[in-house]
Design a protein around this ligand. Structure first.
Ligand code: AMP
Length: 424
């Protein structure tokens, strides 16, 4: 029989890898708690319209990357490709803005995009993201950068680079768009097909094209700086001042634009020197118009999303982030029959105390059970020998120093205490 394999661009995460994920998830919760963020869990699928309105029709994601399907009730639904539009929808639908502002939310979970899979780019991937709604304070733009940096540092990652830019607002961006179109039009023959098709619909996106022939044209492209309105300029200057005051290293990148239409003012991206072509380990920006676009009252907001698989890849490259391999507290070696029954009772008791007790389910020889205990790295072995069981006791062997002691089974609390202390 042939095996059914997982779909292209997806991953299984199992024993040996999952421990690192758990460790990272724990760090995420710790950092978010310190910054006052609460977790928000939204559905894995939403009405397609949410992303069309939120992300924008002329974006790669909406044009060609969404997993969209019609359900049995004839509704068009889409597996979420990103977390910001769902977070804003949930914010509005649950009236989360009714309490104290700003509202600080974080999410963690799978996203889905029909992209060409390669190292660090998948069709199902995990994002940890945060969103702050209800304030245009530039300090929040900076905090949205600081929080993921804190996470990277807490994991021991070094060698990352923050790039930042301002892409203005609906007041000042149109004149820049116009200047860009005028600049690119005479060079249209040298642009790649995707840039040509975007030239009039979304000219800012041409700025981050990686195709060589486009790069040459891009070198002379006008910068947004002098188009920024006084409000956007002042806001950006404040963001940079806070970054300087907090000692955050960053690089101004006039060509940094993002793949979503909802961004206004500040945009940022963090890259890792550990990764190849897909080197962005996180990105985000301010989106002051999205809440209104999705039916709410005008509400400034800013967010950031971290690619979890890419972060783990970058950490692997540095060998700094390792999870302690889990090992049983005790392996209960039994001889079958009555001895197995007693071992099962003791295992049940110990597990109830939160201790990892392991035993044989394959009728293996004593020698094979000792080998299994060793392979699992068990810290103790308890031997349920006939002679000792006659005295209602077992032999407990410390696998580190080989010391043995007889423990009476009347006193299981004593056994649990010894085992509980061995992990400290
Ligand atoms: P975006 O939502 O496109 O701004 O992406 C935010 C972060 O998510 C990126 O910096 C990546 O780290 C990660 N990411 C985006 N797309 C993918 C993908 N297809 N596979 C893996 N990670 C991704």
């Amino acid at each position: 029989m042939t095996l059914t394999t997982r779909p292209r661009g997806t991953n299984d995460v199992g024993p040996g890898d999952i421990e690192l994920w758990h460790k990272l998830e724990e760090k995420i919760r710790q950092v978010c708690a310190a910054y006052g963020y609460s977790e928000l869990r939204t559905p894995m699928f939403e009405h397609t319209e949410l992303f069309q309105r939120g992300i924008g029709e002329a974006t790669d994601i909406v044009e060609k990357e969404m997993y969209t399907f019609v359900d049995r009730g004839e509704r068009s639904l889409t597996l979420r490709p990103e977390g910001t539009a769902p977070a804003v929808r949930a914010y509005l639908e649950n009236n989360l803005g009714a309490g104290a502002l700003p509202v600080k939310l974080y999410y963690y979970g799978p996203m889905f995009r029909y992209e060409r899979p390669q190292a660090g780019r998948y069709r199902q991937f995990t994002q940890f993201g945060l969103e702050v709604l209800g304030s245009s304070d530039p300090l929040l733009d900076v905090e949205a950068i600081l929080l993921p940096l804190e996470l990277y540092k807490a994991c021991g990652l070094s060698g990352f680079q923050v790039e930042i830019n301002s892409i203005g607002c609906p007041k000042c961006r149109p004149s820049y768009r116009q200047e860009l179109v005028e600049y690119f039009e005479p060079h249209v023959d040298r642009l790649c097909s995707s840039c040509r098709s975007r030239l009039h619909r979304n000219p800012l996106r041409l700025l981050d094209c990686k195709v060589e022939s486009c790069q040459e044209v891009l070198a002379g492209a006008p910068q947004i700086g002098r188009h920024l309105c006084p409000e956007c300029s002042a806001h950006f200057a404040q963001v940079l001042a806070y970054l300087d005051a907090l000692g955050v290293d960053y690089k101004l990148n006039h060509r940094l634009v993002r793949g979503f239409d909802y961004y206004t003012k500040t945009v940022f991206e963090v890259t890792s020197a550990e990764l190849g072509a897909q080197n962005a380990i996180g990105a985000g920006g301010r989106y002051d118009g999205l809440v209104e676009e999705l039916g709410g009252k005008p509400t400034p907001a800013v967010g950031f999303a971290v690619g979890v698989e890419r972060l783990l890849l970058a950490l692997q490259g540095q060998d700094k982030f390792q999870a302690e391999p889990a090992a049983p507290h005790v392996y209960l070696v039994h001889f079958g029959g009555e001895s197995k029954l007693r071992a099962a009772q003791v295992a049940y008791f110990l597990r109830g105390q939160g201790l990892w007790a392991e035993l044989d389910y394959l009728e293996r020889s004593i020698k094979a059970q000792m080998k299994a205990a060793n392979r699992l790295g068990s810290r103790y072995v308890a031997i349920f020998g006939e002679e000792e069981l006659g005295r209602n006791s077992i032999v407990l062997r410390n696998m580190r120093d080989g010391q043995e002691q007889e423990i009476n089974l009347q006193d299981l609390e004593q056994l649990a205490k010894i085992l509980g202390e061995c992990g400290k």
